[in-house]
Design a protein around this ligand. Structure first.
Ligand code: SF4
Length: 200
């Protein structure tokens, strides 16, 4: 981090995204202080168990995932929050493409297992990959229960925040990183559900 700060150009925005778990709560103030001392933005996020299929399995079976204890919001409690937001778009589905060294592309960037591989980039096109994802059975099943909301930790966000819509437009127009100060302010002041503000 110190080296990045040393090499930083004046117009470069650098953000430290902190994943909040129960076991690292005591370290957060230390990292915030260090990041801010270097001139980086510091944004803490709620977290969950990954891949998010594990949360979906817990919702379906009622059997608790042992790592769920590390999350600030219990997996079971996140279920309804995700369901309430299941019609929100999935950024992973719409914008993120993972390709390995052989050109194999995956469906969901949140998973690394072999069942997630969908083919080779050299046999298709990028627009075709994104088009097919819209009807991929794994995505349909995931979105039906708000699994993508869990994957992106978006259940920590206010359900009716106009900023969510603004963010969708912002991403669609490819403006990420163009207004970092506004993004930071919006994340901290407009996104988080009131309950999460207290927790976080
Ligand atoms: S809808 Fe679910 S499975 Fe599909 S890309 Fe999004 S998070 Fe992954």
């Amino acid at each position: 981090m110190a080296e990045v700060a040393r090499l930083r150009q004046k117009e470069t925005h650098i953000q430290v995204s902190w994943h909040k778990y129960r076991y690292n709560e005591h370290e957060e103030p230390l990292m915030r202080e260090y990041a801010e001392k270097l001139g980086f933005a510091f944004v803490p996020y709620g977290t969950g168990i990954l891949p998010h299929d594990r949360a979906i399995t817990e919702w379906r079976t009622g059997v608790k995932d042992p790592n769920g204890e590390d999350c600030l919001v219990p997996v079971a409690d996140a279920r309804q929050l995700c369901l309430d937001r299941k019609d929100w778009p999935c950024t992973l589905q719409n914008q993120i493409l993972v390709i390995d060294g052989q050109g194999n592309h995956t469906n969901c960037s949140n998973r690394s297992d072999v069942f997630n591989v969908r083919g080779n980039l050299f046999d298709t096109t990028v627009p075709e990959i994104f088009r097919k994802r819209k009807k991929d059975p794994a995505c349909l099943a995931c979105k039906a229960v708000g699994g993508h909301i869990y994957a992106l930790q978006e259940y920590t966000r206010s359900q009716w925040s106009p900023i969510r819509i603004a963010e969708t437009v912002y991403r669609t127009l490819g403006l990420q990183g163009r207004f970092p100060a506004f993004s930071l302010w919006a994340t901290n002041h407009l996104y988080l559900r009131p309950q999460m503000k207290k927790t976080f």
